[in-house]
Design a protein around this ligand. Structure first.
Ligand SMILES: O=C(O)CNC(=O)c1n[nH]c2ccccc2c1=O
Ligand SMILES: [Fe+2]
Length: 220
């Protein structure tokens, strides 16, 4: 039942309850098979098409930690998409499905909030590509200084991803969980939610295969 709108899916309520519970307990939530294989592939095709059109901005320059010289490697390459562009209709559908579960969870929670937030907006979709060759993202907090973003939602597009071979693990260091970390593999059709603030410092470990993800940040 992945071709019906998200809010009509039979497991919609379960998905939202799952998000509410995990966000309240851990501040992190991972859902697999979010769109289903078919629709996941249509989103991947649009992203590959964008990449092959060369519209991604060059990634930020980061010093290659491995070599102590100043050889720089390109980190993530990104493009912002609002989902209504002709070339991004399927990405647009993904966005409305993520909206449906985030807003659904927001409304469904007994206090009508998700983690004391009343979500009322989001950024456009940031399509990111880590071009392999060790490209990574240093440990950081998405929203360290209360810029309004409260939930990070990341949809992964990487088929047949072998974490040992390909790297690119997302490691979250949830605050308050002493030495526990959350290791998330960037697997195809997986979606991840986490609080964007200082509760969730995280890093993208070096990737050795092209690694795609689509990120939305929700505001309250
Ligand atoms: O891809 C992931 O698994 C996690 N990704 C991140 O945490 C992440 N966080 N903040 C950014 C800001 C600008 C461009 C890319 C990023 C970025 O990939
Ligand atoms: Fe981040």
């Amino acid at each position: 039942n992945t071709n019906v709108p998200m809010s009509q899916r039979s497991d919609y309520v379960d998905l939202c309850r799952n998000i509410i519970r995990d966000m309240d307990l851990y501040g992190v939530c991972v859902l697999d098979n979010f769109l289903g294989y078919q629709r996941g592939m249509t989103v991947l095709d649009e992203v590959l098409n964008l990449y092959n059109m060369g519209v991604f901005k060059d990634g930020q320059l980061v010093r290659n930690k491995a070599s102590n010289n100043l050889k720089t490697i390109r980190g993530d390459q990104i493009i912002w998409v609002d989902g209504r562009e002709d070339c991004c209709k399927q990405i647009g559908q993904l966005i409305s499905d993520v909206d449906a579960v985030v807003m659904g969870s927001n409304k469904m929670n007994d206090n009508g909030k998700l983690g004391n937030y009343t979500i009322n907006g989001r950024t456009k979709a940031m399509v990111a590509c880590y071009p392999g060759h060790g490209s990574h993202y240093v440990k950081h907090v998405d929203n360290p200084n209360k810029d309004g973003r409260c939930i990070t939602a990341i949809y992964y597009l990487n088929k047949d991803w072998d974490i040992k071979e390909n790297g690119g693990l997302l490691r979250i260091f949830p605050e308050g969980w002493s030495d526990q970390v959350a290791d998330i593999e960037p697997l195809f059709d997986r979606i991840l939610f986490f609080w964007s603030d200082r509760r969730n410092p995280h890093e993208v470990q070096p990737a050795f295969k092209t690694r795609y993800a689509i990120t939305l940040w929700y505001f309250d």
